[in-house]
Design a binder for this molecule. Structure first.
Ligand SMILES: *Cc1c(COP(=O)(O)O)cnc(C)c1O
Length: 383
């Protein structure tokens, strides 16, 4: 969607960090191009070890991993799922596909994460799941959220698309819910162009997840020699990426320290260079609680209102710099309205959605390009 023109600074540029082409050549040489080949196994092992989850399964996208979570939780018509209104559409669409009813939660004005103080009032006897999003890779208040969820016996799914390798109180994001989903889309910190993963923490879902991902068959057990033939045992679909994509992904995951160090440097430079300007202009900077290690997924600013946010985007565009906004409140979307969403339901989401601007941010952003963005923004004043 965001493409570069000459001399312009795009919002995002996918970055290759080293051995992507080499690993893809190896996958070609091994001639295992379908899913669950050697590189997929490497990716699973790496994710399981580094994050500390019992099971990681690569998927074709985070959207598909979320769809798997809705199927694994056996959601049905009339079941309610609490989701933040301020998120990417897939977080809610996965549950809507199962005919579950989304119940939209508002966000905190500081971290823009689901507001845990408003969570319990949304729970009803029909609540079957709570989906949280670690926005910008900053952890939600998981202690409070899990305390409420556990007391009501409601499973939590973490949409961790922004938060791979981030931590909350020293514990990896993706390890709090019964399961968590990752995205390897080209706009994320680690990418294979398109891709995702389902992380499973509650072991009772592992076997069903393997079956679901393999067209409803017990093929995974067959390959492990646990059964002597494989057959259709449940409903399922095909959620495995090609081993070619896993090869690309492994090259990125192995360079996680390099990638995160570069992104951290870009984020910190934006913060340091824009702090004084932001204060003068009543622009709010991102907030990261001391107990959260963030993932440097994005750099956003909150302008006083929609008019000056739009003026800032236009100002940057005139200088060849692509800044973008997101998310439109889901409860006010045409689909959200069908579920009864109306203005005022999630006031913080509605305000933040008008105010938020994301600056160009990608792993291989040059110092010179970042300097151009910073200088251009400093020439802008909020009136
Ligand atoms: C990117 C994103 C997704 C979807 O990821 P895909 O891999 O493109 O399906 C879901 N949720 C959030 C919060 C995202 O940012």
């Amino acid at each position: 969607m965001y493409r570069e023109t000459a001399m312009s600074i795009p919002f995002n540029k996918p970055t290759q960090v080293g051995r992507e082409a080499e690993y893809m050549a190896q996958a070609l040489q091994k001639n295992h191009l379908a899913g669950d080949g050697p590189f997929t196994k490497r990716a699973h092992a790496l994710l399981e070890e580094v994050i500390g989850v019992p099971k990681a399964l690569l998927t074709t996208s985070c959207t598909h991993a979320l769809e798997m979570s809705a199927l694994l939780l056996d959601l049905k018509e009339g079941d309610e799922v609490i989701v933040p209104s301020f998120t990417f559409v897939s977080t809610v669409n996965a549950f809507a596909l199962r005919n579950a009813t989304p119940i939209f939660a508002d966000i905190r004005p500081d971290t823009l994460n689901l507001d845990e103080t408003k969570l319990e009032s949304l729970i009803t006897p029909r609540t079957r799941a709570i989906a949280v999003v670690h926005y910008a890779g900053v952890g939600c208040e998981m202690d409070a959220i899990l305390e409420i969820a556990n007391r009501h016996h409601i499973p939590v799914v973490e949409d961790n698309a922004h938060g791979l390798f981030g931590t909350y109180k020293g514990r990896q994001l993706g390890t709090f819910g019964v399961m968590a989903t990752q995205s390897f889309h080209e706009t994320k910190n680690f990418t294979s162009g398109e891709g995702g993963a389902l992380l499973i923490n509650d072991p009772k879902y592992i076997e069903d997840a393997e079956i679901l991902r393999e067209k409803g068959t017990n093929r995974s057990r067959f390959f492990r020699g646990q059964v002597d033939k494989y057959t259709w045992v449940n409903i399922g679909s095909s959620y495995l990426p090609s081993d070619m994509l896993a090869a690309f992904l492994v090259a990125q995951l192995e360079e996680r320290d390099q990638i995160q160090a570069k992104r951290r440097n870009i984020w910190e430079t934006y913060y340091k260079e824009l702090e004084a300007w932001a204060e003068e202009n009543h622009v709010q900077m991102p907030f990261v609680p001391a107990h959260c290690e963030q993932t440097y997924h994005m750099f956003y600013l909150l302008f006083p209102n929609l008019e000056n946010r739009q003026a800032a985007i236009a100002h940057l565009k005139e200088r060849g710099i692509q800044a973008v906004f997101h998310y439109l409140p889901l409860h006010l979307s045409p689909m959200g309205e069908k579920y009864g969403g109306k203005p005022g339901d999630c006031p913080v989401t509605e305000t933040i959605s008008d105010q938020l601007l994301r600056l160009p941010f990608y792993t291989n952003m040059t110092e010179e390009d970042q300097r151009r963005v910073i200088e251009a923004l400093k020439e802008f004043s909020v009136r």
